[in-house]
Design a binder for this molecule. Structure first.
Ligand SMILES: *Cc1c(COP(=O)(O)O)cnc(C)c1O
Length: 382
């Protein structure tokens, strides 16, 4: 039985007609840059994320870059994030001339560990005033510990830029019982519409959400080279625009997003049932501790022989992937930061032991049963 890691063709089958009609309308209009479709999508995404405003951009990476630029982060500044994320988070920090300051992750959620955040901030000493922003990542679709992160950010005057690329619609419950959605808790929320994200475009795309009107206005100016009025520049921005075609497609797909997310959550519970039956000591399952985990990835931890298991699954036509095999503090391009591999032991261990299994909405229960059976078989064969 074939079980791909993701099956976008299957998803497309269900929405083909609507999508063709929507892109046809954009073709007929011959208006491809920003315009009414992008504005409509911005309103809908803002409302979906329970944010006041949203600005459509060219990718999740550009959402991060635009947010940092708009927040005025630049040369010599420090920006705090984790080394266990997609490269773009730290790449964007370096690209504005700032220095990434890494904080290790929590063992269970793979998100920023608030206790270690306190330690790192104290260790900055006289450099502390240079710290301008913090980028928590809501990794795999589960929100970071925002209670603690927002408290620290507040006391240190840090701008909070949420990397919500994997977390559209994920919810976090604060200690006072209120709940908020990913992207609505900091000053900036960054989303990606890369095809493998829960809301994927037919190409690249992204969004920045914010609750503050002043930030919203600046984001829109910085998205078009810092130009306002046209051809007059008080600021240096870039071309960070979202295509009207992508917006038209995303408007269609957004209507299905909650249904797809519920299916992903159901698949996660079904995996739990199936794994419980097998009682496999060698693997641990992801913990759903937030209010609403949206399972962009279902990531298990394999105590031993992860890479062999990965090969075994591939041999049996099951797609799986390691997110992420090389923690960012050990990437050659960040040698100049002078971190040692053992500086972030939890990230290092995660890179060695995690494995993402198929969790996409269209997955059948037979396919999931097959995945768990093959994993069971692998450990029995040893
Ligand atoms: C996908 C992703 C990005 C980048 O998004 P693109 O749209 O691919 O540029 C940034 N951060 C995280 C955590 C991501 O998963």
């Amino acid at each position: 039985m074939k079980v791909p890691l993701l099956d976008l063709k299957k998803q497309y089958e269900g929405i083909q007609e609507e999508v063709m009609k929507a892109v046809g309308e954009v073709f007929d209009s011959q208006m491809f840059i920003l315009g009414p479709k992008v504005e409509e999508l911005e309103k809908e995404i803002a409302s979906y994320c329970r944010s006041n405003y949203a600005v459509g951009v060219s990718s999740g990476t550009d959402a991060l870059l635009l947010s940092l630029m708009t927040a005025g982060v630049g040369f010599g500044d420090l920006v705090i994030t984790t080394p266990y994320t997609f490269f773009a988070t730290a790449g964007a920090i370096a690209r504005v001339g700032a220095r990434p300051v890494f904080v290790d992750i929590d063992k269970v959620t793979y998100n920023m560990d608030p206790a270690k955040l306190d330690e790192i901030i104290s260790s900055l000493k006289e450099e502390k005033p240079k710290a301008k922003a913090i980028i928590p990542i809501h990794l795999f679709g589960q929100c970071a510990n925002m209670d603690s992160i927002l408290k620290v950010a507040d006391s240190c005057g840090l701008t909070v830029i949420e990397d919500a690329a994997q977390a559209i619609g994920a919810e976090y419950e604060f200690s006072d019982g209120t709940a908020k959605r990913a992207g609505s808790m900091g000053q900036y929320g960054c989303f990606s519409f890369f095809p493998s994200k829960n809301l994927g475009a037919f190409g690249d795309g992204g969004m920045v959400t914010t609750n503050e009107m002043e930030i919203y206005e600046r984001l829109k100016i910085m998205r078009v080279h810092g130009s306002k009025p046209k051809y007059h520049h008080n600021m240096i921005g870039g071309n960070f625009r979202l295509d009207a075609l992508q917006a038209a497609i995303l408007l269609i797909k957004l209507r299905h997003l909650d249904g797809w997310t519920e299916k992903r959550r159901k698949n996660a519970s079904f995996y739990r049932e199936l794994f419980d039956e097998k009682d496999l000591a060698a693997i641990s399952l992801p913990k759903d501790i937030g209010k609403r985990h949206i399972y962009n990835q279902f990531v298990i931890k394999v105590e031993d022989r992860r890479d062999e298991l990965r090969k075994y699954l591939n041999k049996n036509e099951i797609g799986c992937e390691v997110y992420y095999p090389v923690p960012l503090h050990t990437q050659p391009c960040f040698n100049y930061l002078e971190y040692r591999p053992e500086d972030f032991p939890v990230s290092k261990e995660a890179a060695e032991k995690t494995l993402a299994l198929p969790i996409y909405p269209e997955l059948s229960s037979d396919q999931m049963r097959y995945v768990v059976d093959i994993i069971d078989q692998f450990f029995k064969e040893e």
